[in-house]
Write a protein of this length. Structure first.
Length: 670
């Protein structure tokens, strides 16, 4: 209560209604599996389209197969699953990439690892494509993420700006002096001094700008090629001559680096980052903005850590200035490329024109690979706060929004990897049970007969998982051939579509599979009569009704949790109530609090009943909420416990629709 110490009128705001509960989303999905590229240890970012997935996890060869060491090409199942998810109606998706290196376990490359001498490190076993350090000196250039897709070409280009040398009034004396436009301390510049220095009159000189803050003056440090630069070699801004005639006066051009990523044969440009300062210590205000800051192993922005495909680092002992960067990339004096040439087209160009076009060097990224096929250890993952990163399914534990999880492709080639595939399935189930408010969508193995899928199901029992059979046949947009794909990606999209159009209480079944051209096995009624009682959800083809998902059961032996929509609806109710009643914690545990809690939950369940999500012709038959002395003992109150009992009557799907028809005579009375 506020204190009133002086006379006056006081206006206060209060609420006379119960708190509200807003239903949580049930459509957000998590997929886990190998991809062609992309982050392995960074926190997953939410994806809302296939193009968003490709930008992070498949930017160079969208949908192309993966090549695991010692195996034939493996279909890019996760790309296909993401495509199916969004086509079938999915909206929000998280992806956790799993990667198994050729040797050892995966661990992110630390900042110190990038400057390890090559003779002391096995460079390629971690799956990252790299530029041979013999080509770059103390520079280290590698793909940010592992994968054969990173074996590309990188082009480094030195580019000069327009002339920044001009004359203008001094801010203090108002006298006309030489000035530089839009430059910063430690900028690399190309100085073409035609008037005062014969040594700098031919092709110009690369210099580093230094600003004397005390005197507000600029000085130029020339680049040393054969002998160290002496203090006497430095020159200042006033030694240059400004002329309005372009071919008579001196010029100063700011030189920056452009980094271009190209296809391996160099025929197509994939991405370009321009205007990057070369000096490792260059700043824009208080922020480092050099090429090393942009492509750092741990960039300042989390989005850069996921999306930037390259890491460019340096050995501090051998690369400390912009000059070191230039020599590391171009080896010799790059200004030699500005000298006159026998090429008639280029001979007429001035050195400034050539620099404006850019001086380039191409380097090849080599050694990237897709590693080994991930197994149950990689899917399970790990999370150690001391290491600062998490892997595998552990990444999903910190994301509350996920309501469905799947591992598309983990059961591919099931006959060969049976034990590992079964291990992944158990990891998915354990994860869903541990997280409580999500379900696992399980794939059967490929090329699996009915008897074998029943044997697979017989080893499983969980109310937090559902199993689907058989695989779905689609037209591969990459090869233009038919391909069989695991069903979980399609099912997740169908569940999301059903939730949006009808609600989570509606069973995700009797729904058209939009992408399907067929199924790996075309089931009949007799086969489904065997599979359905076991809780194996089937895909069926119906004449005139197309390809449909025709099952909505969990793999639970408890009949109370037989149906998937009941399990998901209870998860929706529980999480909604959990999330929106946190306000009650530490409130005085008395009649007023109990009444507020009852009203809050009753209002929420009444809204659910009005939407048709609960069974009962009246609200009192659809649900009850008790929170009073009948649900709490004095011991509960003494121990700070508020106990609320909630009962709901969920709707079960009309799985068996029976019409009883008999003969009726016209003269018989009812």
């Amino acid at each position: 209560m506020p204190e009133y110490l002086a006379p006056g009128v006081f206006i206060e705001e209060t609420s006379f209604r119960a708190k509200i509960i807003e239903g949580v989303s049930t459509t957000t999905t998590g997929f886990i599996g190998p991809t062609a590229f992309g982050p392995v240890s960074q926190e997953p970012d939410i994806l809302t389209s296939l193009s968003a997935f490709e930008r992070l996890y498949d930017p160079f060869k969208a949908g192309d197969p993966l090549v695991f060491d010692g195996d034939a090409e493996a279909p890019n199942h996760l790309w296909h699953a993401v495509r199916a998810f969004f086509t079938e109606g999915g909206k929000r998706l998280y992806v956790s990439r799993v990667f198994k290196p050729l040797e050892g376990d995966y661990a992110p490359i630390g900042d110190d690892d990038d400057v390890t001498p090559p003779e002391l490190a096995d460079e390629y076993d971690d799956g990252h494509a790299r530029v041979d350090v013999a080509d770059t000196g103390g520079l280290r250039v590698r793909a940010r993420h592992p994968g054969a897709a990173g074996n590309l070409r990188v082009r480094f280009t030195l580019k000069g700006s327009a002339n920044v040398l001009t004359r203008g009034p001094d801010p203090v004396t108002r006298e006309e002096v030489n000035t530089l436009r839009s430059v910063k301390d430690l900028d690399l510049v190309w100085v073409h001094d035609r008037t005062s220095s014969p040594a700098r009159s031919e092709t110009g000189t690369l210099c580093v700008l230094h600003k004397d803050d005390a005197n507000a003056t600029w000085t130029f440090e020339p680049m040393a090629l054969t002998s160290p630069v002496e203090n006497a070699d430095w020159f200042d801004l006033e030694s240059l001559t400004v002329s309005q005639e372009p071919d008579e006066g001196d010029s100063v051009r700011v030189v920056t680096l452009s980094v271009t990523l190209l296809t391996r044969d160099g025929s197509r440009e994939l991405a370009t980052w321009s205007g990057l300062p070369l000096d490792p210590h260059h700043r824009d205000g208080a922020t480092h903005d050099s090429v090393f800051a942009k492509f750092a192993n741990t960039p300042a922005l989390a989005d850069d850590a996921r999306a930037l495909p390259l890491v460019i680092t340096r050995d501090p002992q051998s690369v400390d200035t912009a000059f070191d960067v230039v020599l590391g990339l171009f080896e010799d004096d790059p200004t030699a490329l500005l000298e006159p040439t026998e090429d008639e087209a280029k001979r007429q160009m001035t050195a400034g024109d050539k620099l404006a076009l850019g001086l380039s060097v191409d380097l090849q990224l080599e050694g990237g690979n897709d590693g080994l096929r991930p197994g149950m250890t990689e899917y399970e993952g790990k999370a150690d706060p001391r290491e600062g990163y998490s892997l595998g399914l552990r990444q999903f534990e910190d994301i509350e929004d996920i309501s469905m999880v799947a591992a598309p492709g983990s059961t591919w080639d099931y006959a060969t990897v049976r034990e590992e595939a079964n291990g992944v399935i158990k990891q998915l189930i354990a994860h869903a049970e541990r997280m409580r408010y999500r379900v696992a969508l399980l794939d059967c193995g490929d090329k699996m007969p009915v008897t074998e899928v029943r044997g697979m199901r017989a080893k499983l029992d969980s109310k937090y998982a559902a199993l689907y059979y058989p695989w779905v046949t689609v037209l591969d947009p990459i090869t233009r051939r038919e391909i069989n794909l695991p069903p979980s990606g399609f099912v997740a999209g169908i569940c999301a579509r059903t939730d949006i159009e009808r609600g989570v209480h509606k069973a995700p079944a009797n729904e058209v599979v939009r992408l399907a051209m067929g199924f790996e096995s075309m089931l009949n009624n007799g086969q489904q009569e065997v599979l359905n009682p076991d809780g194996i959800n089937c895909f069926r083809y119906f004449e005139g009704r197309g390809m449909r998902l025709w099952g909505a059961r969990t793999i639970s032996s408890d009949p109370e949790w037989k149906y998937l929509n009941v399990r998901r609806y209870f998860a929706y109710l529980e999480r909604s109530i959990d999330k929106h009643t946190q306000w009650a914690v530490f409130e005085p545990n008395g009649e007023q609090l109990w009444a507020n809690v009852r009203r809050t939950i009753e209002d929420f369940l009444l809204n659910e009943w009005q939407k048709g999500a609960l069974l009962g012709e009246k609200p009192e038959k659809a649900f009850f909420v008790r929170c009073d002395r009948s649900t709490m003992s004095q011991n509960d109150l003494d121990n700070g416990r508020l106990v609320c009992q909630i009962g709901v009557a969920p709707l079960k799907p009309a799985e068996f629709v029976v019409f009883r028809i008999g003969q009726w005579t016209g003269d018989r009375r009812g």
